[in-house]
Write a protein that binds this ligand. Structure first.
Ligand code: 13P
Ligand code: SF4
Length: 315
């Protein structure tokens, strides 16, 4: 991998300073290439908690990911390259909605997808990500001795986890969705498949049910990566039903295979707000508090337990 001049300057600064750069798979390739660690939301939460020993963490992802890192590392400075990089899915749920459901179903555990605000996490019994949702639902329902759980905010992940865990899920609020994944439809995929008839279709669980039912594999970004790692020798073509950043990664890491994006719409505009130029500026001004993500202490304290419990349950 040959880095350009700006990337080389960033790597040099990164190596001189007390900083770790984390990047989600949905970042532009040029950002993935200068990161210390690349991963899905579960993997990056783990790294933020267990591996990143530096005083500063630059988190190239969206706000909820940086907030999660901050909750797990109250003693560290968590910095995000764009304060506008939000996840609109997170805004479908707030503390009041969670509390209404709790009142109606006081005996049921509240599970929140990590794509949620810190105040929502603080009201939850446990968090989950797209890679551990099924396991978390099974374990928490067993702990509570119930056959039903409350789950928010993504309705598609809720349905997927319900199908796989065979535990009933009440969706909070029932309409939460990701604007990137929920717009993918069967017509888009079929159009690509006509050109690549033997390609396997790999999609994220945030996709609609009709798309999930059509897919050969459903998984988180890291799950899709691992699937390709396992199957790339016996399979030439793949159709990727998640954000383009993962396809870019796969194209570089598996050059003998062909990866086709299931739809041109699979771009998360929010993830793409992080830029190399800003990362360089932040490395030069690590004490600039403007880009620091700090969850208020009382919320962080309450939100710590559901995240920590998720990490424990996922080992
Ligand atoms: P992962 O958990 O697969 O990283 O997904 C995060 C996300 O935002 C999906 O849209
Ligand atoms: Fe949020 Fe969807 Fe972007 Fe993921 S892809 S960060 S769920 S908007």
């Amino acid at each position: 991998m040959k880095l350009n001049q700006l990337q080389n300057e960033i790597v040099e600064l990164r190596n001189q300073k007390d900083v770790t750069i984390l990047a989600h798979y949905y970042q532009e390739l040029e950002i993935q290439e200068i990161a210390d660690h690349l991963g899905d939301s579960l993997g990056l939460s783990r790294i933020a908690k267990e591996k990143a020993k530096t005083k500063y963490i630059i988190f190239a992802g969206v706000l909820f990911m940086a907030e999660t890192a901050s909750i797990l590392n109250q003693d560290k400075h968590i910095i995000i390259p764009s304060l506008e990089a939000c996840c609109p899915l997170a805004n479908f749920l707030n503390r009041d909605i969670v509390n209404q459901y709790r009142k109606e179903y006081p005996e049921l555990p509240v599970i929140t997808y990590v794509n949620s605000t810190a105040e929502v996490k603080a009201e939850s019994d446990i968090c989950c990500t797209s890679s551990n949702s099924v396991n978390i639902i099974k374990k928490i329902s067993k702990e509570f001795g119930v056959e039903e759980v409350l789950f928010g905010p993504d309705k598609n992940l809720a349905e997927y986890a319900e199908e796989r865990s065979e535990i009933s899920v009440i969706k909070m609020p029932g309409k939460g969705h990701c604007y990137v994944h929920s717009h993918l439809n069967i017509d888009d995929i079929q159009e690509v498949r006509e050109e690549h008839p033997s390609a396997q279709v790999l999609v994220h669980p945030e996709c609609e049910k009709s798309v999930r039912d059509y897919a050969d594999y459903i998984g988180s970004t890291a799950g899709i990566y691992s699937f390709v790692e396992e199957h790339h020798t016996g399979q030439k073509d793949f159709i990727i039903g998640t954000e383009k950043g993962l396809l870019d990664r796969l194209t570089v890491d598996f050059p003998k295979n062909k990866f086709n994006l299931a739809s041109d719409g699979l771009i998360c505009e929010d993830m793409k707000k992080n830029k190399l130029e800003t990362i360089k500026m932040l490395l030069e001004n690590l004490d600039n508090e403007r880009y620091e993500v700090k969850v208020p202490e009382d919320i962080a304290k309450k939100a710590y337990n559901p995240i920590e419990k998720m990490l424990k349950f996922s080992t």
